[in-house]
Design a protein around this ligand. Structure first.
Ligand code: HAM
Length: 429
């Protein structure tokens, strides 16, 4: 047989990394709960058409797409948002709004594998459906900030923009959606000069080119100053001005709420996914050059999937990338330093007693393993040491008959005899 390896771009997560991934996942779940988001689970396999509509070229061309045995064109989900929009447009269509939905799980994109970029990765996804108001956008930014803070990350920066600004200009210039998307895709890839050429080829006016060039270079961490400059830049394009006002209101709400995040406003910021209609954002840390998070407003997707016109805004946090950032920033996981105990039977005649004692400890919420390799005592203790366990409970015939066991503190190298009924308390203290 050949030596099997994981498929390119796929990874095994060994216990240490799995613990970290689950830690982040659980923090996301608890943030979701605290903001009133309810968790839902949707299939990994969806119809290709659902996932491809509005995905944007970047994602569309990288889907794991195939015909299933029934001849249906399907794909592994590259993101959660289309699935959630589908649920909102169909099963939940009569539910009162807003809907706050949360999902976590694996996604698949045929990206070129590199640090922070995998073909299977995980997201925690928050979608706030039914409100077109700036407070909804502000909430999504604040949910994200809360998650970053809860996992212990530092120095994260929110890059924020608004697709309505540039689209507003292009719509007033008479560019159709296809041409708009092509320009935004190039901007997303930071191919700014190409995007301007594309604009010119699409028949945009000189004024439009000047305004677009101005937007591309416009960025800053002083929110009000940058937003005012954006407004001046798009003067005369009504829809674009309204979009700047919307962005201003969203960011004002975030700042006024006391949420202390560092924001970089970028007027020329675009995202690869085509469904965005309003505020968009990503989160970065200095240690990684890829985004930890991406999100924004998408007011037309639910309707496109056959639902009522339903505004929505959401965010997806890359669990793998958050883990990488936490490793880089040497974040220690809180509340996971549980003591670990092994129960060892001193001989064959006390095997079932050892089992009973391990159950007793589990009932008290203590993490406990049973020695199952039939090792001699010395070897069993050596192995417990190697695996950095904290205590060994040794069940011997003589002590057991007196209602006792031997408790060995493996870290302090101390040993005491403890009455069985006091063992739970002793270990818990
Ligand atoms: P996205 O920006 O495509 O947005 O992905 C969100 C996050 O998923 C990224 O910031 C990154 O952390 C992670 N991610 C994406 N691709 C990979 C990859 N190949 N390897 C590792 N991590 C990756 C979305 O998916 C939208 N659905 C977000 C959204 C929700 N917008 C509105 N609601």
């Amino acid at each position: 047989m050949p030596e099997f390896k994981t498929v390119r771009g796929m990874r095994d997560f060994l216990p240490e990394e799995t613990r970290m991934m689950k830690y982040i996942e659980n923090k996301a779940r608890s943030v979701a709960e605290s903001f009133g988001y309810q968790e839902i689970m949707t299939p990994i396999v969806e119809s290709y058409e659902l996932l491809a509509t509005k995905a944007g070229e970047e994602v569309r061309l990288r889907m794991f797409a195939f015909k299933d045995l029934g001849g249906r064109m399907v794909a592994l989900r590259p993101e959660f948002t289309p699935s959630i929009a589908r649920v909102v447009a169909t099963t939940l269509k009569n539910e009162p709004k807003p809907l706050r939905l949360f999902s976590v799980g694996s996604l698949y994109r045929y990206d070129e594998p590199q640090r922070g970029r995998y073909r299977e990765f995980w997201q925690s996804d928050f979608e706030l459906v039914g409100s077109s108001r700036p407070e909804a956008d502000a909430e999504v930014l604040m949910v994200t900030a809360r998650l970053m803070e809860r996992v212990g990350l530092k120095d994260y920066i929110f890059k924020v923009g608004h697709v309505g600004v540039l689209r507003g200009v292009l719509i007033d210039e008479g560019l159709n959606e296809k041409a708009q998307n092509a320009v935004l895709q190039l901007m997303d890839k930071k191919q700014y000069e190409d995007s301007l050429v594309r604009l010119k080829d699409s028949g945009a006016s000189e004024k439009c080119l000047t305004v677009s060039r101005g937007l591309i270079g416009l960025r800053g961490s002083n929110i009000s100053e940058t937003v005012e400059k954006m407004k001046t830049c798009v003067d005369g394009y009504e829809k674009a001005v309204a979009a700047v006002e919307d962005l201003k209101e969203i960011l004002k709400l975030v700042v006024d709420s006391g949420c202390k995040i560092t924001v970089n406003v970028e007027a020329g910021f675009a995202r690869g996914l085509e469904y965005y209609t309003g505020m968009i954002f990503e989160v970065y840390v200095p240690q990684l050059d890829v985004a930890l998070t991406g999100g924004g407003r998408y007011d037309k997707l639910v309707e496109l999937f056959g639902g009522q016109p339903t505004p929505a805004v959401g965010v997806a946090n890359g669990v793998d990338r958050m883990m990488l950032a936490m490793q880089e920033q040497k974040v220690t996981l809180k509340g996971t330093a549980e003591k670990k105990v092994i129960v060892i039977s001193a001989g064959d005649e006390t095997k079932s007693e050892a089992l009973r004692i391990s159950h007793l400890l589990k009932d008290a919420g203590i993490t406990v393993e049973l020695e199952v390799m039939g090792r001699k005592m010395g070897k069993a203790l050596e192995d417990a040491d190697r695996r950095k366990l904290d205590y060994a409970v040794i069940v011997g015939k003589k002590e057991f008959d007196e209602g006792k066991i031997v408790l060995k503190d493996l870290k302090r190298r101390k040993q005491t005899t403890v009455r069985i009924e006091e063992l739970q308390e002793t270990l818990k203290s």
